[in-house]
Design a protein around this ligand. Structure first.
Ligand code: MRU
Length: 360
């Protein structure tokens, strides 16, 4: 991804000083700060506090967490696996990343564990970037088709997205935003409606920032505006990411995704989900009952963070003190509302038989 014209990843291993580095996403868009993770505790905190976030990035960060844990103590593999697995429950990439490093370590002598864990985490870092670029390329064909069929070419292709499924949610490129970046690169004129994505506002703070860095035209809207825009022909398609997809094609993504999919269905707007195969949970047959939905701190709902007119970071309370609050982080969009799933292996329907084929 480009940041102020320079190339960055959301996480990277610095060979020169053997450090694991991340962009602190809790500070964006107001401050651009890089943090070095030194310990297992740092990695757990980064995932839990959402300094790193987004399903694919969480998976890679967890793998580096194992490396850092083994650097501290090569005997603490099981403890590290448990601690990292407990940081966030919904994105299946966390478990996928941990299982992958664990499998690589299975036949490794204790003395070699650090080296092997690092190699695996670095491989995952490299692969994620390639996979996300491929997702973007496959999705571009879909968006080009919609553009070619669009009668009124006086307006650009209008794409709605929810949350941040961009380079910041992965190592690079993103999933939904990779489709947008690659479609724009292909020459299709494009404009993005960005849902603010309460309560943490990943759309307002991260997606708007990312799109601005890449000169992609975009407009921020409140979460409830999408249905209205669709009713008035202002959305040509929706593209979102996924934190976990079950084998029947149900997609779990940031809270509010389901309502966008319902509105899209009602208005004949194609609803695409872009995801790496690593976020398909092949052990679960159905999303609604089986995916654990993360519930987060009430303060994310009761308060808003941002900068005041002096540019100082500050937090304000929105509701009366003591208000009862519930804060579900994700919801499940049933397969029947999804037009296509876009993966690094190609585009398919949200159906058991087609998803099962991606397994190999
Ligand atoms: O709670 P977050 O910010 O980690 O949630 C992120 C999302 O819901 C993304 O849309 C999803 O992880 C897909 S990202 C490639």
């Amino acid at each position: 991804m480009k940041i102020n014209g320079q190339q960055y990843q959301s996480i990277w291993f610095e060979e020169s000083d053997n450090s694991v580095n991340i962009i602190d996403q809790t500070r964006l868009p107001h401050r651009f700060e890089i943090i070095t993770l030194n310990t297992l505790q740092d990695a757990c905190h980064a995932i839990e506090s959402m300094q790193v976030r987004g399903a694919p990035l969480i998976g890679v960060a967890a793998a580096y967490g194992i490396y850092l844990a083994l650097l501290e103590d090569p005997q603490q593999l099981a403890v590290a696996m448990d601690k990292l697995a407990a940081t966030r429950p919904t994105a299946v990439n966390l478990r996928w990343g941990l299982d992958r490093v664990n499998a690589a370590l299975r036949h490794t002598v204790v003395e070699k564990r650090v080296e092997v864990a690092l190699q695996e985490a670095q491989a995952m870092e490299r692969e994620d970037s390639v996979i996300c670029a491929q997702i973007g390329e496959h999705g571009t064909a879909l968006l080009q088709e919609i553009w070619n069929e669009k009668h009124d070419k006086s307006k650009p292709l209008q794409v709605l997205t929810h949350c941040n499924a961009g380079a910041l949610a992965t190592v690079d490129w993103g999933t939904a935003l990779s489709v947008i970046y690659k479609t724009a690169e292909s020459g299709v004129p494009l404009h993005v409606w960005v849902d603010e994505t309460r309560p943490r506002n990943q759309g307002a703070s991260l997606t708007c920032w990312e799109l601005a860095q890449h000169d992609i035209a975009h407009t921020l809207i409140v979460d409830n505006a999408g249905g209205h825009l669709m009713q008035h022909g202002q959305v040509d398609c929706c593209v979102v990411g996924s934190d976990r997809t079950t084998i029947n094609g149900d997609v779990c993504n940031k809270i509010g995704t389901y309502l966008k999919a319902l509105a899209a269905f009602d208005n004949d707007v194609p609803f695409f989900v872009a995801l790496p195969v690593s976020s398909i949970d092949f052990t679960l047959s159905e999303g609604l009952k089986e995916i654990p939905i993360e519930q987060r701190d009430a303060e994310e709902v009761s308060h808003l963070s941002g900068v005041d007119e002096k540019g100082e970071l500050s937090k304000i309370r929105l509701c009366p003190e003591g208000t009862a609050i519930s804060n579900f982080g994700f919801d499940v969009t049933p397969a029947r509302l999804i037009s296509k799933i876009i993966t690094e292996k190609g585009v398919c329907d949200a159906q058991h038989s087609q998803l099962q084929r991606l397994r190999s």
